[in-house]
Design a protein around this ligand. Sequence first.
Ligand code: FES
Ligand SMILES: [Fe+2]
Length: 467
Amino acid sequence: MTSLIRSYGDRSLRSLVDLDRGLVSREIYVNEDIYKMELEQVFTRAWLFIGHESQVPNPGDFVVSRMGEEEVILVRDRKSHLHVFLNTCRHRGMKVCRYDDGNTLVFTCPFHGWSYDTDGRLVGVPYYDAAYKGDMDKSEWGLPEVAQMSNYYGSIWATWDRSAPSFEDYLGPYADTVRRAFQSSDGEDNGVELFNPVYKWRIPCNWKFPGFSFDGDRAHAAMTHRSINVAAIGPQGDANGGSRAPIRAPFPYSDYEMTTPELGHGGHNAIYEQPGVAPYKDTWFTEPGVDDYFRETRERKREKYKDSYIVGETALIWPNVNIQPHRILLWHPHAPGVTESWRAYPIDRAAPQFVKDAQRRYMMRYGGPCGLTESDDMENWNYASAASVGTVAKRYPYNFIMGAGHAWTDDHAAPGMTLNYEVAEENQRSRLRRWLEFMEAGSWDDIYPVNPVSTARADATKAKSEA
Ligand code: FES
Ligand SMILES: [Fe+2]
């Protein structure tokens, strides 16, 4: 176990995170040594979201992404295979790609001119014959490539750890949630594209503020987002009380906090009392014609899923991404008190342009650096961070007590999931538990097998749906 934090005397990490009592030291959100350990222990081991294949449809297409603090390039090579490379030259470290996206035959380093093919091979070195005189084997000096990459129904994920489990095992019962998030609104797999470019901006808070609480902090909504409904930013305008979310047809369900504590994933999700998908309810009153499109696609989806019980429509996938059907929220660590926040928006690839435009306008009103809803959240995370760094402030632990000891499981309705009342801090405790496991682990051997119980339960659900 990695037990000592130099700047915090002899207190072990475990003593800073007391999950039985729901008390967590502010130190883990502000301490620089702990932050550096996270980059190593969490961000070089976990599966991280990189992007989507729609961002690089043609050979030579690339888009720059990020894993932890480090920049990576998602690129489609000449044979149409996808790769994720660290964006650093093997000669003296210069970024070999200085654009957010584009198309190229080779990545030529701007420093001394080494060139790398789109499959990562070093193919050009100035003065190679005259100056190196055969002393360097180019095949040993390609771009560093991730240890594992997964193309999961069009979404691209990667890890630097060769011993990490398969991506599907890593997701456990949330595998279906991630799969569905990349379906088009008629329920077809890999049916979306992402708006390019993604939103990127920095916020002055630790990455765990959003990364651990998003989709796991329903208690904040009534207070934090009070003003949003008054502003009526939802697609329905003033109708339905100006709600910020689309209108839903009645479909019997109950809301819960759901989580897989063994994996660190979780979300706020519904358990439906009947199979199938709710009928469509008109909601785009401010955007004529859009309802016609979504009504028609919903009917096709209803037919496809008429016998399935859908559990888990959104999820925060450990450690730093929230996956929703129309929104992907990423929080990259940038410094102990700085997070680089990214938003990517999936939209039906086959949708007419006016539908895509309507969705984009709604998302711009809703999220991102100037979206009204997420500005409310940022305000809280940022000021909470600033008010947690003081010498005296750090003597007072954060309170994660809500609902502790009141969770239950329901193998029939939500196999593999731990449930709690719809307003709880179960998800946040799950993430803190997984955080501790990653921070203490010497390797994946200490945190694997991932979750044999919940994986078996997920298989059982699948069988139930298919029966
Ligand atoms: S740093 Fe890239 S060629 Fe020298
Ligand atoms: Fe919020």
